[in-house]
Design a protein around this ligand. Structure first.
Ligand code: PRX
Length: 571
């Protein structure tokens, strides 16, 4: 595993001496970058957008470079300030107040970003939903958050069961739509009438700004609640890990429905005043290389699953494009294979820097830095100001080279402040003052951390986090399915794929058509990425005497591993 270290390239990086920064850095220092350290007036939307619009050197700089198959726009900080002010005025007019939850269910577009910042400007909490979600996934999140308003498109509206969501009072439709029905609002009509100036709602650093739903191994997805204070870490990590500098053109490939798409697709670049490229539409090696070339991307943040796809497209896919402006690449979401790093050195002549963090952590915690030697396969070292360790199940720290719970000393600026409506769930993350990540890892004598796997049943498929319980619940809603157990099965390209074991109800016979129908049922109910790629019919699903599905046993069967302790298995 321990490949040779990869040396640092020459470069004028923001962080030149990691060791020194780790010893000396204090989060107090990061505060100096923000206007509220002097004015006392806090709002992350102000720091990310308005502050630059009010700066003559930045006002006309392109903030957002948007491209999708049918649209291309350059939007300045001034434009974005004005459009988000307009939307804030619409929200205020419709009675949205501080602390209200306003959800967004739409593809990336200039309107999305105007709406997103408009929500923050009135002090409301934004809840971005991945556009591929189907009805059940949308319903669960809107129900749990008790969102009172949703911003969506006419095309996606059919997946919103709004008639069954009594608390959802208003729906803003972005696009051509007939809005006769009560509670519906026409985005473009309202925007053209709204003023471009707005008195921003100043909030407290600890006030809420974002709810991101994510999956655990049990129960429905949980609402991870983030506050304005997270900006400290969004800013500082983007500066030191992504090495954002004033003339950079930055591209984060993640959708804002996932935390990477907000922390580093929105806040990180704009808090640093950098031009941000947003690419809508579908992934293809040609589209991506073309985007890197056409926009002169200098810093690129993506995921192992995407790099692996590019790798399998071969060198001939990249050759026609001039991507020589690219100077720094980072990765997140799943283990970054040393092979991929080796390929990156070949294809781009650059190191790909792994970073580790989670929805709950709000920002990067363990990273590889441009001016630090890299050990391929390692997630790197803790960010300055962050204490990471490996602890046993009793909360004791373990020495180097021993595997255990990857844990972070609580708190840090961007840490979640709650799980929405579930205080006991929130508490369950902590032990002896440590935040327990759910990942297992170890660190070596030089302080590099090495990811080993998940300790729970959470599945990571193509960098997307899927809870087995959600998929199992959907499967048994299908008329043919009696019981279901869902696991992640290792896959060379996707990291893991979802495999479901099911038993059939009486009167149903196993057939290709039936299995495909079940697969489609999950896909249409939850989302494509949550649909099992493999389905296997069993006579019985192994369960404990208390009725819990033994996914661990299913996984051992699947992988042909020893089954371990099965003393709790029911008769
Ligand atoms: O298991 C780890 C994996 O993704 C989980 C967090 O998923 P999510 O909340 O969706 O956030 C993803 C992006 C921030 C972690 O518990 N993970 C994330 N980054 C890495 C990783 N696994 C290995 N290496 C990484 N760099």
């Amino acid at each position: 595993m321990n490949m040779q270290k990869i040396e640092v390239r020459e470069g004028n990086f923001n962080l030149q001496d990691y060791q020194k920064a780790y010893q000396q850095f204090d989060w107090e220092e990061a505060k100096q970058a923000f206007s509220w350290s002097e004015t006392g007036k806090v709002n992350i939307a102000y720091e990310a957008i308005d502050r630059h619009a009010e700066n003559p050197d930045k006002a006309d700089q392109t903030a957002l470079l948007f491209t999708s198959p049918d649209r291309e726009e350059r939007i300045t900080f001034t434009d974005l300030k004005q459009s988000s002010n307009q939307f804030a005025n619409v929200l205020k007019d419709k009675g949205i107040e501080k602390g209200d939850r306003v959800f967004l269910f739409m593809p990336r577009s200039p309107e999305f970003y105007a709406a997103f910042f408009g929500i923050l400007k009135v002090g409301a909490i934004a809840g971005p939903l991945f556009e591929a979600f189907m009805e059940q996934a949308v319903r669960d999140r809107l129900e749990d958050s008790e969102a009172t308003m949703l911003v969506t498109t006419p095309e996606l509206l059919e997946r919103v069961p709004y008639k069954e969501l009594p608390q959802l009072k208003q729906i803003v439709l972005v696009g051509d739509a007939d809005v006769q029905e009560e509670g519906f609002i026409h985005f473009h009509n309202e925007m053209t009438q709204a003023s471009q100036s707005f008195d921003l709602e100043w909030v407290d650093l600890e006030d809420g700004m974002l709810l991101h739903y994510t999956s655990g191994s049990t129960g429905k997805p949980k609402g991870v609640y983030h506050v304005h204070n997270a900006m400290l870490q969004h800013y500082q990590t983007s500066k030191w890990v992504l090495d954002l500098q004033q003339d950079d053109v930055y591209w984060c490939t993640a959708d804002p429905g996932w935390v990477t798409g907000t922390s580093y697709g929105i806040f990180g670049p704009w808090l640093n005043g950098v031009t941000n490229v947003i690419v809508g539409g579908r992934f293809s090696p040609e589209n991506w290389y073309k985007a890197l070339q056409d926009y002169g991307v200098t810093v690129w943040y993506s995921a192992p699953t995407a790099f692996r796809k590019l790798m399998s497209a071969g060198e001939e896919a990249v050759e026609p494009f001039d991507i020589s402006k690219l100077r720094h690449i980072a990765s997140v979401g799943e283990p970054l294979n040393p092979e991929v790093i080796a390929w990156g050195l070949d294809a781009f002549k650059l190191r790909i820097h792994d970073t580790w963090w989670m929805t709950e952590t709000g920002a990067q915690l363990i990273c590889n830095y441009p001016a630090m030697e890299m050990k391929p396969g390692s997630m790197g070292k803790p960010f300055p100001g962050i204490v990471a360790s490996i602890i046993d199940n009793e909360g004791n720290e373990l020495p180097p080279n021993q595997m255990g719970n990857l844990a972070i000393k609580s708190p840090w600026p961007s840490m979640m402040r709650a799980i929405w409506n579930r205080p006991e769930k929130f508490e369950s993350y902590f032990l002896n003052g440590w935040y327990i990540s759910g990942d297992s890892a170890y660190y070596d004598e030089e302080g590099y951390f090495w990811f080993q796997g998940r300790l729970d049943d959470v599945i990571n498929t193509s960098g997307e986090r899927v809870g087995p319980f959600e998929v199992e619940s959907k499967l048994i809603e299908h008329a043919a399915v009696a019981e279901a157990g869902v696991i992640g099965k290792p896959d060379p390209e996707r990291g893991e794929i979802i495999k479901a074991f099911i038993t059939l109800n009486e009167g149903y016979e196993e057939s290709e058509e039936l299995l495909e129908d079940i697969r489609q049922f999950v896909k249409k109910g939850l989302s494509a990425h949550a649909a099992p790629r493999e389905l296997e019919v069993k006579d019985k699903i192994p369960k404990t005497r208390s009725g819990k599905i033994m996914r661990r046993l299913l996984k051992s069967w699947e992988l042909g591993l020893p089954t371990g302790d099965v003393s709790t298995l029911e008769e």
